[in-house]
Design a protein around this ligand. Sequence first.
Ligand SMILES: C[S@@+](CC[C@H](N)C(=O)[O-])C[C@H]1O[C@@H](n2cnc3c(N)ncnc32)[C@H](O)[C@@H]1O
Length: 323
Amino acid sequence: VSTDITRRVAVLGGDARAAAEASRWLDQGVDVTVVAAEVTAAIQDLADRGLLVWVRAEVADGPDRQDDPSPAGRSEGSVTLVGGGPGDPGLLTVAGREALESADVVITDRLAPLTSLATLRPEVRIIDVSKIPGGRSTPQEEIDCLLVEHALAGRSVVRLKGGDPFVFGRGGEEVAACEAAGVPVTVIPGVTSAVAAAAAAGIPVTHRGVTQGFTVISGHVPPDHPDSTLDFAALARSGTTLVVLMGVRTLGAICAALVDAGLDANTPAAVVADATRPSQQVVRGTVSTIDQDARDVRPPAVAVIGDVAGPSLRSRSSLGTDR
Ligand SMILES: C[S@@+](CC[C@H](N)C(=O)[O-])C[C@H]1O[C@@H](n2cnc3c(N)ncnc32)[C@H](O)[C@@H]1O
């Protein structure tokens, strides 16, 4: 890595460790250029979103390394699913951090707090299995196999995931794959973006006197899709804050379905992208306008629909009143 006083750095190499290094600099608000012939999916995603520059060039003696680490003196391997939180390395739990520090192999995602990997021991193997919407991805079965194979070879494996492993994270499938192979597996919960993205934008998902609950849904498929199992009429009358994950592409259809089902068209809404990262973006509108208001937003983003997303929350607060 070379730096200059204009706060620009060049990261040489495109592997998962280079991704961690690049992420660490980005967190500090530094402009990053990655110089490498090939890059991991996470680096490609950051480049595609304009958050860093990727210069395609061979790097002599780059940091790429392929060797599998030998297990650190353990007889039995194991897998720990770690919820990494929404991206800010400060929102990784202490237990998650400790698991990372004792890992032989870390299998990571683009939404995980990559900066947390920058300080791992050099012998730790980091494998990027990012899934990019509409782009590169590693099939889930392959990820399951990687977890099991490294653990059966006696290694301590951490599967580092964004948010919480069990909130749209396919963590349940990874646990099942380990159990089927007789591999000991534990789960360390994480701070989910379903709550943290709203909070990072100053939006409480519940607020006394405003809403008594929140409902988290996947926007992976639009409401009219044969795979959609959500009851939009029930959601529209639920009276809870609605939090939509994976819904950038489908937000227009979701909002239309909610309004068609009777949700007030003036219900406040917000979209929070890249929450808790330096590139965080917040767009506000109503359930009728938010799709257009947020048309330039790219994933990852969370949409929050409900009175808690409105500008006048404080004036309608019941703070200070009796129950
Ligand atoms: C496959 S789901 C995984 C959710 C994750 N397990 C969690 O608990 O946050 C990916 C979605 O999480 C949301 N997401 C994750 N990190 C985010 C962030 N930093 N800012 C906004 N949305 C985020 C986006 O809706 C994204 O499409």
